[in-house]
Design a protein around this ligand. Structure first.
Ligand SMILES: [Zn+2]
Length: 104
């Protein structure tokens, strides 16, 4: 399912579309685009699940793949969050190992 506030646009004429396989304005075939959006959506879903299990590295990978397929502002946030959590986790590890292990 496509999130309601994210309105994808026809790549040909930029008309917004929702749940139709052809563009209502220019008649372009939107199926390949819809597949990309659905693929990205699924990847982000998996990324969120990875975040919940604390697998930030996997989350960042999935979120990045989703952005390559179909970039959205929300997807960008998800990728940023995953990157930040991953960075935070590694900094925390360095802290646990002692401040001397931190690079200057
Ligand atoms: Zn169109």
């Amino acid at each position: 399912m496509i999130e309601s506030h994210e309105s994808p646009k026809c790549p040909v004429c930029q008309a917004r579309f929702r749940e139709s396989s052809t563009c209502s304005r220019c008649g372009a075939d939107l199926v390949p685009l819809i597949r990309l959006i659905a693929g990205a959506y699924r990847l982000r879903l998996e990324a969120r699940q990875a975040l919940q299990t604390g697998d930030y590295e996997q989350a960042r990978k999935l979120a990045s793949e989703a952005q390559v397929l179909c970039s959205t502002p929300k997807g960008k946030d998800l990728r940023l969050l995953s990157s930040w959590l991953l960075l935070n986790k590694s900094l925390e590890l360095q802290h646990l190992l002692g401040d001397e292990a931190m690079p200057a």
